[in-house]
Design a protein around this ligand. Structure first.
Ligand code: ADE
Length: 302
């Protein structure tokens, strides 16, 4: 897989060359290149931002500099736009808010550069999930554009989506960072470890949280069996593999029920075995419909 990262702080990504990510690059599984957005500026100050149209605090990243950079990295010529023509003023008037919201959603078309995905981290975008990481781990090339300040002019992702480049925006969580760099780092780690051959032990991926069923993982312990007066759960030292598996599964269900009940609601009840159902019922879930539902406590008898 080839990964390109555009940022005004490319040195932020120097540590992508250590550990498993470094090994994957040494072995040729991965090729990561960082680019300084300022290299595509033409003014003496190398400015990349400007004030927001319509007013407001902060600065917005200029579309021209981003487009020069991305055109070059993606091998697109600025001249042959192929962009859907601008709406006329009267057509614009007829556009309803929901229509423009639908247009805003960058559908992954990818007809221009198959196998390439352009990704912009953005706190106001759909959440980046394990499902997205899995999907992106199968692509040939990912190009990340890290915004700073109040973000990148919204026409940039729109433009590349309209040119047929598969373009996506993701938030890594409901909080605001100073820029997209940390978000891109997190996404790269989550995506690359799913590339076949990346992990030393691929089984560790199969068992962990969010893979397959949406459950939090059970707790992990190593030796000694007693440390500072705290024992590991005795069943884990019993040598009974069946009991260990059941204990871990019940713990995953209990932890998820307690900390992320929203994930329990996403499980397909049909995929649960008898013991799973019994555990969930004991945790206050109803398992008679397609997805588990939290039981509503019955009103007390008068
Ligand atoms: N940029 C700033 N905050 C972010 C977030 N939560 N996710 C993705 N990009 C961001």
């Amino acid at each position: 897989m080839q990964i390109d990262i555009v940022s005004v702080f490319p040195e932020f990504f120097d540590s992508l060359h250590v550990s498993l990510l470094g090994k994957a690059q040494d072995s040729g599984l991965l090729d990561i290149a960082t680019h300084n957005l300022r290299d595509w500026t033409h003014d003496v100050h190398h400015s990349v931002d400007d004030t927001p149209v319509g007013g407001g605090a902060g600065m917005v990243m200029k579309p021209e500099v981003w487009a020069e950079c991305l055109d070059e990295l993606l091998g697109l010529t600025a001249a042959s736009t192929g962009v859907t023509p601008e709406k006329t003023a009267s057509e614009k008037e007829k556009t309803t808010p929901s229509q423009s919201a639908a247009e805003e959603q960058q559908q992954p078309s990818g007809e221009s550069l198959p196998g390439t995905v352009l990704i912009f981290p953005n706190p106001s975008a759909p959440l980046f999930t394990q499902q997205a990481a899995t999907d992106l781990s199968k692509k040939q090339r990912l190009v990340f554009g890290c915004g700073r300040y109040e973000g990148i002019d919204a026409r940039v992702p729109q433009y590349y989506a309209q040119r047929g480049v598969e373009t996506r925006e993701y938030s890594i969580g409901d909080y605001v960072l100073n820029g997209g760099e940390v978000a891109v780092y997190a996404m790269i780690e989550a995506i690359t470890r799913l590339i076949p051959g990346f992990m030393g032990n691929p089984e560790s991926i199969v068992e962990e949280s969010y893979t397959g069923e949406p459950l939090l993982e059970h707790r992990q312990f190593t030796k000694p069996a007693t440390w500072r007066g705290i024992d590991v759960p005795p069943v884990l030292t019993s040598g009974d593999h069946g009991k260990v598996a059941r204990f871990r599964r019940d713990e995953a269900l209990e932890r998820t029920s307690r900390m992320r009940p929203d994930l329990i609601e996403k499980i397909e009840t049909a995929a649960l075995d008898k013991a799973d159902r019994k555990t969930l019922i004991g945790l206050g879930w109803e398992v008679s419909s397609t997805h588990p539902r939290k039981r509503v406590p019955s009103p007390k008898h008068q």
